[in-house]
Design a protein around this ligand. Sequence first.
Ligand SMILES: [Zn+2]
Ligand SMILES: [Zn+2]
Length: 406
Amino acid sequence: MKALTFEYNLPKYLLTGALDRRWPRVLFSNIAPVQMREIPEPELPGPDWVKIRPRLAGLCGSDMGIINCHESLTMQPFASFPFVLGHEVCGEITEAGAAVEGFDVGDRVTVNPMLSCLPRGIDPPCRHCASGRTQLCENFTEGRLSPGTIIGATSGVPGFISEAGIAHVSLLHKVPDEVTDEAACMTDPFSNGLHMAIQNPVEPGETLMVIGCGVMGLSTVAALRALHPESRVIAVEIDTFHSQVARDFGAEEVVTPPLDKKFYRAVAELTGAKMYTPMLAKPLLIGGVDRIFDTVGSTETINTSLRILRNGGWFNLLGIGEPKRIDWTPVWFKELTLRGVYGYQTEEHAGERIHDFDLALRLHAEGRADLTPLVTHKFRLDDWPEALDVALNKGAHHAVKIAFTP
Ligand SMILES: [Zn+2]
Ligand SMILES: [Zn+2]
């Protein structure tokens, strides 16, 4: 079968990462570690696994980090090579192991890609898996599968940018008939947004700010709108097309970078904050934004966020930038809460225990959210160079989510 495959080769990795900004075509050259290859179809690792034919497989921002060789090297022990990319999928079950219950061949499903204790056959599970927080699993390198946090970043379980993938039964979520393939394929980023929206104790009337309106930012705007309709959402985005989508998704205001004095003044006006201007440093707001959701995670967005939050405000970090020098002064001076966000889990929400994936699908089935329009571009597997080209120039192509139709 055809599969978008990453082969680890340190010289090639370093060379591609060094060249890609000046010469983007390096990503389609023989130097690049990512290639479309012909590989054998995956076997089921156990009777409690299913085989899935992807109908739609999303290309994630984290996949792009792998493809252009800029992913943080810290994550290397939590992956194994070579692997097939793709962890965002809406697909159809084509084969079910003998011990699979509740799912049949032909079912339309989406897959929680976390390769935590249960799919790894580890019993009893670690403390976090036992409480439904599988994204915090302590066994991502243990058990019957090779090291990897998610499907699509491990040699043990091929990802879904391919003609066939596999998944453990515990990772499957049935897609209701009312939900489109596109919306189902967006369950992973949307669930991430929901996880963040639920973990923040938002009060009605609060001002929430989402920095960056790519897939994650727009998914976060949609999640905040669906779960906290009485709050105000301000987005920060430079691209005009993405700004318009943010407005369509319910952001009341979109403020544009650069994050200079004009930006601070605009935020101060929108929040009724006082602005102080130190002599040799950036301004500082008192009484600013209640909560920030930073989907960029650069030195600049983190530094600015800390300075424009109100006293006691919350900073949520979900972007995978490469931050360098951070001025932590506002963190102690304003007693800020800093929170890292990764993936999704079983939540306590509105009086029930529900997995973010099920909540995402339910919000779609009930018409309370619709991320269908975010899948702007679809490509056949053979057209992967075109897909990468669009992914590298999203603004020019009016692109948000790029997906494959294997
Ligand atoms: Zn993703
Ligand atoms: Zn675990």
